[in-house]
Ligand binder design. Structure first.
Ligand SMILES: *[C@@H]1O[C@H](CO)[C@@H](O)[C@H](O)[C@H]1NC(C)=O
Ligand SMILES: *[C@@H]1O[C@H](CO)[C@@H](O)[C@H](O)[C@H]1NC(C)=O
Ligand SMILES: *[C@@H]1O[C@H](CO)[C@@H](O)[C@H](O)[C@H]1NC(C)=O
Ligand SMILES: *[C@@H]1O[C@H](CO)[C@@H](O)[C@H](O)[C@H]1NC(C)=O
Ligand SMILES: *[C@@H]1O[C@H](CO)[C@@H](O)[C@H](O)[C@H]1NC(C)=O
Ligand SMILES: *[C@@H]1O[C@H](CO)[C@@H](O)[C@H](O)[C@H]1NC(C)=O
Length: 522
């Protein structure tokens, strides 16, 4: 009996689109935020195939509570043969509350509605466990939870952790239906909901913009980028399912019996959302790819971004910007004692090997550098640093500059614009794009690629602070003892410095200089 019931439940969850009960799709609910102008919000749902349907947008919290019978818009469509309807609302300025009334006309008229709808900006938050880490797990959690009720115009939504071998039309399950922030909705169990990075990012935006912000979390611990990528995106990077079908992947602590981990989260947790109009996305992922396809991340990650952009643009009938702003967190730290190259390699690949973003391969992106936020004593493991406040704030600066056009907002740490090597005098000048603030020690954060056997072999040699001169926009490194120097790199370590004590920061916003590597052309 028990088995039968669970089988039935399992069955039901996969036939949602064949179920013609008149309703909105899973992620349209009371208290939601719909994307404001200039885009038009897309609304869709299910109903009787062939039936006529209207959707009206009306002011007021819910029917009967508006200022009379004003209707802002009324859109009529015919439900298609699959029992799906989809339409665009007019472009709306931010604000609310509104309610949305849908009526289906069969032999009887059926009415359903959503109440307390706001217009504002909708941001999608995705990635692995560092995105999943909840507000209750971060430093200063109690202050954040206390602040929650000051932001009734931020609305939260969290998709359930699900996987699928095929692209699903709708979410299988929802962990948190659209809700107002509260200690309860923000502070669930460890790695459940709501995401601390997503919340802090949204809280800063709401505070600055003074209008509603919708936050949609869809993240899953321990997952590689391949799971979040469509088959088309993976193919562009030379990855095909056939090569991977014996692979069983360890999602956090749950073994997945799926034939392949490729695309399973794209299919179940992102593809269902593409019909929703969104402002942009933020992403915190990459730790898992320090073990899987590390060298391909400079392809898989930029390709994921362009693929998501194309699919959201299409799904929303052209309403989501085809190059919507995409912010991401450059990996933090993992192991202090056993320094390996894979963390810096992923950090570098996260920028498509440019070192900074946006760049020509990653337009309209912004990056929060976090390699200086290591937290060795995190009770969640050192791979899960608790300072999510700084992460969310640094992302917010990027959003202001890239997504909201505040060009003067500093969101990038210093980065070299040129490197001049003077072999005859055995020193190099690294010129940065902005003034440098020296914070921590400069011992060993720079390394020079040296040969001690007249160019037969090379190795990276750390530069002691006594070999460095830092002037306002320049680092001068002398390399006597290394006359054949062939390259220079900065912060190329899993754990490059103590908490907020890397060598170089920006003066104004104290943003860390990102890592870089440069080989000299000779
Ligand atoms: C229409 O409504 C009547 C009365 O509520 C009900 O008996 C009938 O089953 C309904 N028909 C349909 C097609 O839903
Ligand atoms: C925690 O809050 C205090 C006081 O508001 C602040 O000074 C400190 O920087 C915060 N710490 C972190 C890690 O966010
Ligand atoms: C998006 O809308 C279309 C109708 O245009 C519908 O068929 C589809 O199920 C919706 N969902 C997804 C994920 O495409
Ligand atoms: C979350 O993890 C911390 C640290 O391991 C633990 O103290 C706490 O009890 C956990 N909370 C829940 C709700 O499981
Ligand atoms: C990506 O990085 C690898 C080394 O890790 C390199 O061989 C390859 O050329 C890079 N690909 C792109 C597209 O930049
Ligand atoms: C290199 O930088 C130092 C310090 O700013 C400066 O004194 C020196 O003139 C520079 N060298 C060249 C060739 O520009």
């Amino acid at each position: 009996m028990k088995t039968l019931v669970s089988l039935l439940l399992l069955g039901l969850s996969f036939v949602t689109s064949a179920d013609c009960t008149f309703r909105f799709a899973s992620y349209y609910g009371d208290h939601m935020v719909l994307q404001q102008q200039p885009a038009r919000a897309v609304v869709w749902g299910y109903g009787e195939p062939g039936a006529e349907l209207t959707v009206s947008l009306e002011p007021g919290l819910e029917p009967g509570l508006g200022p009379g019978s004003l209707t802002i818009s009324k859109t009529a469509v015919t439900i298609n043969d699959e029992g799906v309807w989809k339409l665009m609302l007019p472009a709306m300025g931010y604000g609310g509350p509104y309610h949305l009334v849908a009526q289906q006309f069969t032999t009887n008229t059926t009415t359903i509605y959503l109440k307390d709808i706001l217009f504002g900006d909708v941001w999608l938050c995705s990635g692995q466990s560092n995105m999943e880490m909840t507000v209750s797990q971060m430093f200063n959690a109690s202050e954040e939870l206390k602040m929650a009720s000051d932001y009734p115009y931020i609305r939260l939504f969290a998709a359930s952790l699900e996987q699928s071998d095929v692209e699903l039309q709708d979410l299988i399950k929802v962990d948190l239906q659209w809700s107002l922030p509260s200690a309860g909705t923000l502070g669930q169990g460890n790695f459940t909901y709501f995401s601390a990075v997503c919340w802090v990012f949204g809280r800063h935006l709401a505070h600055r913009l003074k209008y509603p912000i919708g936050l949609v979390e869809s993240s899953y611990s321990g997952t590689p980028v391949e799971a979040w990528s469509s088959k088309t995106a993976l193919k562009k990077c030379g990855l095909s399912n056939a090569a991977d079908n014996s692979y069983s992947f360890n999602f956090f602590d749950m073994m997945v019996a799926s034939s392949s981990m490729y695309s399973v989260l794209w299919n179940a947790m992102i593809h269902p959302l593409i019909n929703m109009t969104i402002k942009g996305a933020i992403w915190y992922q990459g730790e898992q790819n320090t073990e899987i396809n590390t060298d391909l991340y400079n392809c898989t990650f930029p390709t994921l971004i362009s693929d998501w952009r194309r699919r959201f643009h299409e799904g929303s009938l052209g309403q989501t910007d085809p190059i919507f702003p995409f912010g991401f967190v450059q990996l933090s730290t993992y192991q202090k004692a056993k320094q390996k190259d894979n963390y810096p390699v992923i950090r570098w690949h996260q920028t498509a090997d440019f070192g900074y973003t946006p760049n020509s391969k990653m337009p309209n992106t912004f990056m929060a550098v976090t390699m200086d936020l290591g937290d060795e004593k995190s009770p969640y493991g050192s791979v899960h640093p608790r300072d999510k406040g700084t992460v969310g704030y640094r992302l917010y600066l990027g959003a202001r500059a890239i997504a909201y056009g505040e060009k003067e907002v500093q969101f990038q740490g210093p980065f070299p614009v040129r490197i001049d090597v003077y072999y005859e005098y055995l020193y190099m000048n690294i010129t940065y794009d902005q003034k440098l603030l020296m914070t921590g020690t400069c011992d060993n954060m720079f390394e020079v690629y040296c040969s001690t056997d007249k160019g037969k072999s090379y190795k990276w040699v750390p530069v002691p602070a006594s070999y460095l001169v830092i002037s306002p926009k320049r680092v001068t490194i002398s390399f006597d003892g290394c006359p054949d120097a062939q390259g220079v790199r900065y912060a190329w370590n899993d754990w490059p410095c103590e908490y907020k004590r890397c060598s170089l920061y920006s003066v104004q916003k104290k943003l860390p200089a990102p890592l870089f590597v440069k080989y000299f052309a000779t």
